[in-house]
Structures are given as C-alpha cells and as structure tokens.
Design a protein around this ligand. Structure first.
Ligand code: NOJ
Length: 511
C-alpha cells in the first residue's frame, strides 16, 4: 500500500456510485446515455456525497451484451463519445474530488475483436491460442440463457468456449501473449489517470484445464455461477502487481459472483489479489431480517479475520432493483439506505437508487437484453416534466414507474426526499470514523430488529433496523439520540426505543 497506513486507504473510506452509461444521461439526444451526459451530471454525484464513480463499459463494442462484449479496449464506443471525452470524464471527476473506476472485462472479448477475428481465421493463426478451442464440446453451460458454452466455428472446424453469449469468446489467459496484451489495456487506462478497475467475473478467468463435465451444468446451471479455479488467482496477482507499480493507490474490486462468502475471501489473496470483492448475497436478498442478519454476520465472521475489506451493494445493472425486491416499498428502500450506509465496508450505490427507483416494466416488444435485465437499466429521470431531461429520441428503454415524482430535480427541491436521506447518511458517514472504519458488533434485539454498534476509539454509533411492518420496541442500554432516521423523528431528539414498521434509525450518544 505504498507505505500508507492501511486504515488510510481511500477505498476503505470510499462510497462508490455506479454509472451505467446507457441510462445515466444523454447529451446528444439519440436516446442513449453518453459521456457528455455524465459530465453534465457529475455534480449530482458529488453533491450526493459519493466520492468515487465506477463506470460500466464505455469501450468499442457491437453491444451484444451492452458493452460487456468489447471489440477495442483502448477506444470509446461512438455511442458514448470519444477518447477525448473519456479523458475529460477522468479529469473533470478528479477536479470535483471524485475518483474513477473503469470496468475491466478480462474473461472474454467480442467475437468482432480483431484478436478473435484473427484467431478464427485459421488454425494456423498466431493468435489461435489466444482463445479456447476444442474438437468436442463438454457439458459446460453458458450464462444469459445461451445454452452450451461451446459454439462451432464452421471455417476452422472446432468449437470455441464462451461462458456468456456466443458473441463473447473466452480469452485463454494461460497464453503469456494474452496476459501481456491485457496488461497493456490496463496500462493504457492507468496512464490516463484512472483510479482502478471493477473486474468483470474475476472468478471466471481460470478454466479447469481438464475440461471435465460438471453435474451442476448438466442440471442446467451456467458455469459462471461456480467456476472457481486456482489459475484465476495467479492472473489476479499479476494484475495486482501491475496496478501496485503505479503511483497512488489504484484499486481492484472484483466481481466474484459465486454466492459463497467463504469462497470470495480467497480472492483477496494474501493482500496481493483484489483489494475488494463484491459480496453478492445482499443483491438478491428480500427484505428479511434473517437473511440480512445471516449475511452480515457471515461477512464479519469470514472477512475480518482474513483482513479482507467488505463491500456492500443492494442493486446493480444485473439484478432487480432492491426497492422492487422489497415489494416496491419506499419505506423499506429508505430504511435500507441507512442500513447500507452504516455497515462496515465500502458501499456501492447503483445509479438511481438514491432516487428510490423501481425497475421499469418492459413490454416484451421493447426487450433489449438477452439476459432479461432491462428493468434495472431504465433511464434516470432528471427533470420532473417529460421527457425528464432526455430530449430528442425516445430513450432506449422506458422510464421506471412514476418518473415525474422520482425525478432528481424534484427530489433535490424536497428536503424530505429519499435523495436527501442518502445525502444526509453519506454526510454522517463521512464525518464519523466509527461509521467508516469502526468495528461492527451486533446487539441483542427482537428477532425482527437488526441492531448493531459501530465503534472507533470514542466515536460510537448505533443502528437499529425494524424489518417488521408493525412497530417494535427496542431500547438499547444507555442514552441515545437520533442522528438520522428513515422516517419521522427529527435529528437530535432523544431515542425512546420506539421503532415504526419498516424503519431504521442511526443513533449517536445522548448527553
Ligand atoms: C457481469 C456483468 O455485470 C454483466 O452485465 C455481463 O453480462 C457479464 N459479466 C458478462 O460480461
């Protein structure tokens, strides 16, 4: 960590805001978000109080998987702008005190990437071995409903491997030229000043070298749900060495989408792999105290002893938004904001959750994503009046429900909005060492109430979340007053132990 004390690591103190470029903001009126649109709304992210943006892929792509099928890693897709725009984004974010993480997609490229075009041109191609070819397929299954993970290449008479769509052939990271080429991609962006990367399906890079059939694939599960090979760790160590060779603390946060907390710990290595790994159980958790208690306890029990810094994320571009998962309840979304921003670990916000957005309802005729993930990818409503800040062509997806009421403009003007609740929670987190870096300790409480203490030196906060729809009583020992609550009580008032239904309070010591 370049000699910095580990608790000073910026990424441990960070709050990351995920921008999904297609849906964030459109500046050129073609109905698809772009980098100039991001520039126009960076102040929203800063004023909210996040300090880092993670930008989902902006690179050249045929868009079979919305940009996760890259045909040129070192250029920006014209849909989103130019390389100069990307540089402006990095610079203007930095000028506002925001760090920038880009999406690095190591597992696969587009089938239109020059590397793959070359590889499939002939078995004798010097790049043939950059991808994974076999004479016979095995039973491995691809994600996104793509069926077999092997597609027959007519011209060269072999199958190639793809963990996702056939348009996303998997790279062969055992070939040192691939390692070198992909390291070159990382250097290209590090040299332009990015602060790190979110690594797409980091657990998929290494493949079982014996290509053995797997019963879970036979049962219909895609291999990406459980692929977990030692070689991925070797690749990640190489990537970590590379980013560590740059000045400043460049950071790697990996998507290790194995729903096993014990397994994701391995991806932190001995402090020489990922700085952080996403922790997926809360991403499909319903509003349920047992589920939350279990995954929070598990993270504390497994990650803390390994010195592995946790992340917390309730929504992203691949999963149903949490408000929708919580039966559309705004009360629950508000309570969840206090929970998310009080846990020990770096929180990741998905654009629009600060507006309390729900998933859009997509008419099957307007469906775009082969994986059925359009609902959470709907455009952000900026302005109250239609077309909600998206002037020009109709946006590529319909708006989420109630766009006028949810619009950022309207919520900035309403101190009682969920947007201001997020802003306040972020400001309190920023001001409190206990909330950012302190220990986490669960308090004994009624089963439907999750209560915990965060403490660092003499800075202490308590958080109580009532998952029941009905009021519950929970009076923690001592004298506490409200620092923030999801509904109703004003900050500064003494806390008497009354928790309304679907409600959360953050407490600070009383006099
Ligand atoms: C995970 C990304 O988040 C998802 O959107 C994408 O489809 C797959 N990886 C493949 O890149």
């Amino acid at each position: 960590m370049n000699g910095t004390r580990s608790d000073e690591a910026w990424w441990k103190n960070a709050v990351v805001y995920q921008i999904y470029p297609r849906s964030f903001a459109d500046a050129n009126g073609d109905g698809v978000g772009d980098i100039p649109g991001m520039l126009a709304h960076l102040d929203h992210v800063r004023d909210l109080g996040a300090d880092t943006v993670w930008v989902s892929p902006i690179f050249r792509s045929p868009m079979a998987d919305a940009g996760y099928d890259i045909s040129d890693h070192c250029d920006v897709d014209p849909l989103f702008g130019t390389l100069d725009d990307a540089q402006r984004l990095i610079d203007e974010a930095h000028a506002r005190g925001l760090r920038v993480l880009l999406d690095f997609v190591p597992n696969h490229t587009s089938d239109r990437h020059p590397w793959f075009l070359d590889a499939r041109s002939s078995r004798a191609s010097p790049r043939r071995d950059w991808y994974i070819w076999r004479d016979e397929p095995n039973d491995w299954r691809a994600a996104l409903g793509a069926g077999s993970a092997w597609t027959w290449d007519e011209q060269t008479g072999q199958y190639y491997l793809h963990f996702f769509l056939p348009q996303q052939p998997d790279l062969n990271w055992r070939n040192p030229e691939v390692v070198e080429a992909m390291h070159g991609v990382l250097r290209f962006w590090l040299d332009r000043g990015v602060d790190g990367f979110r690594i797409d399906v980091a657990h998929c890079i290494g493949k079982d070298p014996t290509f053995s059939d797997h019963p879970r694939c036979l049962a219909g599960e895609p291999l990406v749900d459980f692929n977990d090979q030692p070689y991925s760790h070797e690749v990640l160590r190489g990537i970590r060495r590379l980013v560590d060779s740059y000045p400043g603390q460049r950071v790697l946060v990996g998507e290790v989408n194995i729903r096993s907390t014990a397994s994701i710990v391995q991806y932190y290595g001995a402090g020489d792999e990922l700085h952080m790994s996403f922790n997926f159980p809360p991403l499909d958790a319903p509003w349920d105290p047992v589920v939350f208690r279990t995954c929070i306890r598990e993270v504390d029990a497994l990650l803390r002893p390994a010195d592995a810094w946790p992340t917390w994320v309730l929504s992203n571009h691949d999963n149903v938004r949490h408000r929708t998962r919580y039966d559309g309840s705004l009360r629950r979304a508000r309570a969840a904001a206090i929970l998310l921003l009080s846990l020990r670990g770096t929180p990741f916000l998905f654009q629009g959750e600060e507006l309390g957005l729900e998933d859009a309802r997509i008419d099957p005729r307007r469906q775009v994503d082969p994986g059925g993930r359009d609902g959470c990818r709907a455009p952000l409503p900026w302005k109250e009046a239609p077309p909600h800040g998206w002037t020009g062509a109709t946006p590529w997806l319909p708006f989420p429900p109630d766009p006028a009421r949810q619009a950022a403009e309207r919520q900035w003007a309403d101190q009682g909005s969920i947007l201001h609740l997020y802003r306040q929670a972020l400001a309190l987190r920023r001001a409190s060492p206990a909330l950012r870096l302190g220990d986490w300790e669960e308090l004994e409480s009624p089963p439907e109430v999750l209560a915990f203490r965060r403490r660092r030196s003499d800075d202490v906060r308590l958080v109580c979340v009532n998952f029941a729809a009905q009021p519950r009583r929970f009076a923690p020992p001592g004298n506490w007053r409200i620092a923030l609550c999801s509904d109703g009580q004003a900050p500064g008032t003494a806390f008497g132990g009354e928790l309304a239904g679907d409600h959360a309070v953050m407490l600070e010591p009383g006099d």
